[in-house]
Design a protein around this ligand. Structure first.
Ligand code: C2E
Ligand code: MG
Ligand code: MG
Length: 560
């Protein structure tokens, strides 16, 4: 592998490189030609003195001029391409040096002595220029904090390797947690943590490849073709999961980071450096955004998936402008007596050709962009408008539930925006319930709690959706001003067959009541499940057993 400082594609277009290459050889030929001319003249004319009118021009004076012009070409060689140029320039100067010595010896005259001194001085000057170029090149390709080769050097090396038909793997590594380190311990400590990350990565990679600092919280690796690349990348991820211990003399601090990696191969000879980097980036982003995946290798399925995500994202944008979205309402019932409690508004997407894109597909795409915020705003507005009269008629006996993404509930000002919409629509706040997932509390606890508090103070109910699938700790839950726990379908599914699930559901219901919450089970499909939930004192149910999501008009018929 190269050393990351070789000249490559950064010199500009192919045409520019070729043109520069031509000039390089022209300078070399001129520099060497002039030195040869000097030698020829010394041998042919000896110590002749030429006459130009009244002026006498000794040959040594003419040679001095020719030598100076040759030196200019030597410098141009170094300036054009400092790595190859220095070698050729020193060759020409050495040739000139020995030629001049030879002529001094043969003529037994020291008239050409200044020429010898000139060769030495110009040789030293050329080396100094070369060194300066090398230092600034190193600086331009080295990351100051980690000392690793930076993105610029990485791109140059990858490009050079691909052009040389070398094969291997590129991996991008995204490290999470630097922001928190900087915020809690300051940038100096942050820099030490970043340095340690680079060091650990180099330790894991060893002689199997090279580690780079790409930018911000991203690192890169180029791994040799014959390495067990997947094991190395796994090692890197495991190495970065160990806490980073930093001492500032008085206090020892531990920082916890997590890392995600994407891998792309450069084995196909038609691939470009740009393609490989983009693929590694796509794979890395997939790992970052997909739960349970730390390392992802780029393949055709991923390419298709990424293309589909881009297409769905485009459809969502189009849909928001051209009304592809509409709502269905799934009834919720009081378990004891099957009285209607209200509806959960569920968004749907219908394309102009009549085909349906399922929420299971477009909601995650919208959540990964900011489009979910617009979708949720649309759903809230439309659902409240459609049900405000029902609420007035049914008074406290009706609840309209809307889903809110983790992204929104953790935004400053979210609660105020909801209140403004409620006033605008004229919807009674006591009839509105906002469903947030447990994941919301993993995002930004303080802001989420602040928003939830404002909403609660205004009489809005708060439900924790998909409860039991993950993130909320019991301690956190006890501090939340929530009014309803929605037990996730996955727990209800096995309630008959698994005793552990049964116990868990029973405990959640009991715990919910202790917290002064009501409890609803969602995804209830069987009568037997209903019977068990009734036995455990579950308050409400939502599920196909008593009602699928309905069109607005059908939902209205239930509200009598
Ligand atoms: P969710 O909020 O947990 O909604 C319940 C999902 O379970 C709905 O799927 C509903 O149709 C489905 N479901 C209810 N009962 C049953 C049952 O008995 N059996 C089965 N198999 N499924 C049942 P849907 O409509 O496909 O929505 C999926 C998810 O999409 C929702 O899960 C929610 O997380 C999200 N979503 C839907 N509408 C919105 C929205 O307006 N905003 C946001 N942020 N997310 C939404
Ligand atoms: Mg929901
Ligand atoms: Mg749910």
């Amino acid at each position: 592998m190269g050393n990351g400082t070789d000249s490559g594609r950064n010199g500009g277009s192919l045409f520019a490189i070729k043109r520069r290459g031509v000039w390089f050889y022209v300078f070399f030929v001129l520099a060497l030609g002039l030195v040869c001319l000097n030698g020829f003249m010394a041998r042919r004319f000896g110590n002749t003195v030429f006459k130009l009118g009244d002026f006498a021009i000794p040959l040594s004076g003419l040679s001095g001029c020719i030598q100076s012009v040759s030196v200019v070409f030597c410098f141009l060689l170094v300036l054009t391409d400092y790595k190859r140029g220095i070698k050729l320039a020193l060759f020409v100067l050495a040739f000139s040096f020995f030629g001049t010595i030879r002529s001094i010896m043969l003529s037994h005259s020291a008239a050409s002595l200044p020429g010898v001194v000139n060769c030495i001085i110009h040789g030293v000057a050329a080396i100094l220029i070369y060194r300066q170029f090398r230092i600034s090149d190193m600086r331009a390709t080295t990351d100051v904090v980690t000392g690793l080769t930076n993105r610029y050097g990485f791109e140059r090396m990858l490009d050079k390797m691909i052009r040389a038909r070398e094969r291997g793997y590129v991996s991008y590594v995204h490290v999470e947690g630097f922001h928190e380190v900087n915020a809690s311990a300051g940038r100096k400590i942050g820099d030490r943590v970043i340095y340690e990350v680079g060091r650990r990565m180099e330790e894991s990679v060893g002689r199997n490849g090279i580690v780079f600092k790409i930018e911000g919280s991203e690192f890169g690796m180029i791994l040799h073709e014959k390495t067990g690349y997947r094991e190395i990348v796994d090692d890197v991820i495991v190495g970065l999961a160990r806490p980073v211990e930093i001492s500032n003399g008085e206090v020892n601090m531990s920082f916890f980071l997590s890392a995600y990696a994407g891998i792309a191969e450069f084995i196909d000879k038609n691939v470009t450096a740009e393609d490989v980097m983009q693929r590694a980036d796509v794979a890395m982003n997939y790992a970052v955004n997909t739960e349970g995946i730390r390392v992802c290798t780029y393949n055709e399925a991923l390419r298709d998936q990424v293309a589909r995500v881009a297409e769905v994202e485009k459809l969502i944008k189009e849909g928001l402008e051209n009304n592809y979205f509409y709502l269905q309402y799934q009834p919720q019932y009081v378990l004891d007596g099957k009285k209607l409690r209200g509806f959960e508004a569920l968004v749907r997407m219908r394309l102009p050709d009549g085909s349906i894109v399922s929420p299971g597909e477009f909601i995650p795409v919208a959540e990964n962009s900011d489009l979910i915020v617009d979708i949720d705003r649309y759903v809230r507005h439309r659902a409240m408008r459609e049900f405000k009269n029902i609420c007035r008629k049914m008074d406290d006996d009706f609840t309209l539930s809307v889903n809110v993404s983790a992204k929104e509930i953790s935004q400053p000002g979210f609660a105020d925006e909801v209140m403004a919409m409620i006033r605008d629509v004229g919807f009674p706040p006591g009839n509105l319930e906002i469903e947030i997932t447990e994941y919301s509390f993993a995002k930004s606890v303080d802001m989420t709690i602040e928003n939830v508090n404002v909403l609660r103070d205004n009489g809005i109910k708060i439900a924790v959706d998909d409860f039991g699938t993950g993130y909320t700790s019991l301690a956190q839950l006890l501090n939340l001003p929530v009014t309803l726990l929605k037990i996730d379908k996955s727990l209800i599914d096995n309630i008959e067959s698994s005793e552990m699930n049964r116990d868990f559901v029973k405990t959640v219901i009991y715990m919910g009541h202790l917290m002064n919450c009501e409890v609803i089970s969602e995804g209830v499909e069987e009568e037997k499940q209903l019977a068990l939930l009734d036995e455990y004192d579950c308050d409400f149910v939502q599920g196909f057993v008593w009602g699928r999501p309905l069109e607005y008009a059908t939902a209205l018929d239930l509200c009598v």
